[in-house]
Design a binder for this molecule. Structure first.
Ligand SMILES: [Zn+2]
Length: 461
């Protein structure tokens, strides 16, 4: 596994993170960091995921220097065991019970051997269950953690329906990277260690017995030699079916996002940082300044990405970019500059992995030597992720149909909304609004259609 990388982090006694490191996923690296943690009285965490080597792999670096390579549009693959963080809000007995249900599923139903289904008491209130990726035939891929979340949640709701009652797992743990306390590290709050449990212990011990056992580290109960290099047929079949079920709606969501011109990440989330169509300072500063030949491509790309994010019509985006390109590519004729701008705008508008990002825009702005004032920017909201629902309504398990109401109720609801709008509209500058209605050149006001101000004009008649 030496060509795989892992994220490591030390936490001090006050619960504060030290900078997250990114280094080879080797036992030497882990031992070295364990020694460092011991010496400093820190707790060692490592990502549950391992990552394909970064582009400029040179030993250990910081996570923030490579994170873009694993989360961006052309993210590198990562691998992880199928993991579960079972936490029943402080009820250790219940958490142990739920961990048993999971272990039983993998061992009894799928026929996985014990070393492939490992369980740890977390040292505080819950349990970690990690299932060997090889046994399940899990392949490295950039969207694995997002896929895993869907598979894990589906499994848990299936098990709950089968009789595990109110069983639940922590959904928040399916993030990249997910840092887990390493085995035999202490939890400073409880004074207990994260310790591995044999299946027999998991099934027989009470919460008190487990916490007693966790008063000291206990070492690893299994080694890599206990694992087979082959997948377990039943397990691999389960994973590939569950994965296909999990992915299908996402693929349709991505296509839907593409169709409506949104930027969408490989995991299916839409990235939408812009609040309106006002130009943010990072873009405005680049538009104003001249760029050297080495940086022009980046600036053009960022302008087009912003235009797309701000939902500018294609011809407006083209006009904006063509002006800049003509002024900055003096070696091109006006016609060729326009053609250049058009090809950039078309490829950005036609590819769902392009969209506005203040971080990318700022870094391009810095490359042309302008320092935009993004900290006071009003039009960019901090990283917000949302999902679009796929157009395949009945085939998308993630789609929550709106509550059904009767036609009568719908009419009543609509009438109340219109009344409220009309009242608000009358209270708010009645004179000016009536003027606008009279000036409507298309005479739409007479037909009673809603106007831009969100009020209904026939109410003024
Ligand atoms: Zn910005």
């Amino acid at each position: 596994m030496s060509h795989w990388y892992r994220c490591y982090a030390l936490m001090d006694s006050r619960g504060r993170w030290r900078a997250w490191r990114f280094g080879p996923a080797t036992t030497e690296m882990q031992h070295q960091l364990e020694a460092e943690a011991r010496q400093a009285g820190h707790v060692l965490f490592a990502s549950v995921q391992t990552f394909a080597a970064p582009a400029d792999a040179t030993g250990t670096t910081r996570w923030r220097q490579v994170r873009e390579q694993y989360t961006g549009g052309s993210a590198l693959p990562h691998l992880a065991p199928l993991y579960f963080d079972v936490d029943a809000e402080g009820d250790i007995d219940k958490a142990l019970l739920w961990a048993r249900v999971l272990v039983e599923f993998f061992v009894v139903q799928l026929g996985l051997p014990e070393p492939a289904v490992r369980v740890w008491f977390s040292g505080s209130k819950g349990a970690h269950v990690l299932v060997d990726p090889v046994a399940l035939g899990i392949e490295p891929i950039a969207t694995l953690t997002a896929d895993m979340k869907l598979v894990a949640l589906e499994l848990v709701s299936h098990l709950a329906a089968q009789g595990a009652g109110d069983m639940a797992i922590d959904e928040a743990v399916y993030s990249l990277p997910r840092m887990l306390r390493l085995p035999d590290q202490m939890n400073p709050k409880s004074g207990l260690f994260k310790i591995e449990l044999r299946h027999q212990e998991l099934f027989q011990m009470t919460a008190n017995q487990v916490t007693d056992l966790a008063r000291q580290p206990r070492g690893s109960l299994w080694s890599d030699d206990d694992l087979s290099d082959e997948s377990v047929p039943q397990g691999a079949k389960w994973w590939s079916k569950a994965l296909a079920r999990a992915r299908e709606p996402r693929e349709f969501r991505i296509r839907t996002a593409q169709a409506v011109g949104l930027k969408v990440r490989p995991d299916g989330y839409v990235v939408d940082e812009l609040i309106g169509s006002t130009m943010p300072p990072c873009i405005a500063s680049m538009i104003r300044s001249a760029a050297s030949p080495g940086t022009r491509n980046r600036v053009e790309l960022q302008i087009a990405c912003w235009a797309k994010g701000a939902k500018l019509p294609l011809d407006e985006a083209l006009a904006l970019l063509a002006t800049w390109t003509t002024a900055n590519r003096l070696e091109l004729s006006a016609e060729n500059a326009r053609a250049k701008a058009e090809s950039i705008v078309r490829s950005v508008y036609g590819n769902a992995s392009y969209g506005f990002s203040c971080i990318a825009a700022r870094s391009a702005a810095r490359a042309v030597d302008v320092g935009p004032q993004c900290d006071t920017c009003q039009v960019v909201r901090p990283r917000s992720l949302r999902q679009v629902y796929s157009l395949r309504v009945r085939h998308d398990a993630q789609w929550n149909p709106p509550e059904r109401i009767s036609l009568e109720d719908a009419r009543g609801l609509t009438a109340r909304i219109i009344d409220r709008r009309v009242a608000a509209c009358r209270a708010d500058r009645p004179g000016r609004h009536a003027d606008r209605c009279r000036q409507d050149p298309r005479g739409r006001s007479r037909t009673g259609q809603a106007r831009d101000a969100g009020c209904v004009c026939h109410a003024h008649a």
